[in-house]
Ligand binder design. Structure first.
Ligand SMILES: [Zn+2]
Length: 274
């Protein structure tokens, strides 16, 4: 099954210091805090313990769902321009002929700033379609007050899925490993600490529905697990909207303890999450 393995997999798993914004004082008062430094056009965040109704969040403008994965290079470039998504083309030789349209985000994407936390600048590069999928994900993130994602990598040349040896979505710049979701005035959500519960092997978004049935809503969180419910809600609604075709969470294996792997897969009619 898909995974983020490979020689270039981030080595800091589980050892990175906690986000600076995790402050118990702040957590108890954040519902009344004035949020600081909100980008223009971004709504103030909801109270810390409230899990937004993600299913009711309006879709972003522009391409969405599975159609993003099927965009031709020229169509994808045109969409980035039309949506004014700030980016620059990557001219790195290692992306040439491997990543269909290699780009680096240079500003907020649908109100979400993307910061690369890893070691090699090359790993910031992503395919245009992945950037568009993140743009389509942005309204769900903003509904939870998120304005900033710190991620571990996107493009990793030659990356392979650990379990199968097959090329990983990272090898084409189509996969992205967010770890920290920062929310001005609220606790940062950290996949390593906050994705709870996280029993290995459990489906991250609840049981698959029967044919023709709607997926059951996620259960209300146990006390103290609201952050996990918010993380899960953002990810599971993105899956339901078919923004990503492969999603690997801390439920899957130790390699995904500290991030969620989200991947755009062209040319398929299935999705997989675990
Ligand atoms: Zn990954």
């Amino acid at each position: 099954m898909p995974a983020c393995g490979g020689a270039d997999a981030p080595a800091d798993r589980g050892t990175r210091a906690r986000a600076q914004t995790r402050d118990p004082e702040r957590a108890t008062t954040s519902g009344t805090d004035e949020p600081a430094e909100l980008p223009t056009g971004v709504e103030p965040p909801p109270p810390a313990s409230v899990v937004p109704d993600f299913a009711s969040v309006e879709a972003a403008a522009g391409p969405t769902g599975r159609a993003i994965a099927e965009l031709e290079p020229a169509e994808c470039r045109a969409a980035l321009r039309e949506l004014a998504i700030p980016h620059q083309r990557s001219t790195d030789e290692r992306a040439r002929g491997v990543v269909a349209v290699p780009v680096v985000p240079t500003g907020p994407v649908g109100g979400i700033t993307l910061t690369f936390e890893g070691r090699r600048a090359l790993h910031r590069v992503m395919d245009c379609r992945l950037l568009l999928a993140i743009h389509a994900w942005a309204p769900l993130l903003r509904a939870a007050g998120v304005t900033h994602i710190r991620h571990l990598s996107a493009f990793r040349p030659g990356a392979r899925v650990r379990a199968t040896g097959q090329p990983s979505g990272h090898s084409k710049g189509l996969a992205f490993d967010p770890r920290f979701f920062e929310r001005p005035g609220l606790e940062t959500l950290d996949v390593l600490e906050d994705w709870q519960p996280r029993e290995r092997g459990e489906p991250p978004c609840g049981p698959e529905p029967e044919e023709g049935q709607a997926r059951a809503p996620l259960p209300s969180p146990e006390e103290g697990q609201e952050a996990g419910a918010i993380l899960r809600g953002m990810v599971c609604e993105a899956i339901r909207r078919e923004l990503f075709q492969v999603v690997v969470t801390p439920h899957h294996d130790e390699a995904h303890a500290n991030h969620v792997h989200v991947e755009v897969v062209p040319g398929v009619d299935w999705s997989w999450s675990g």
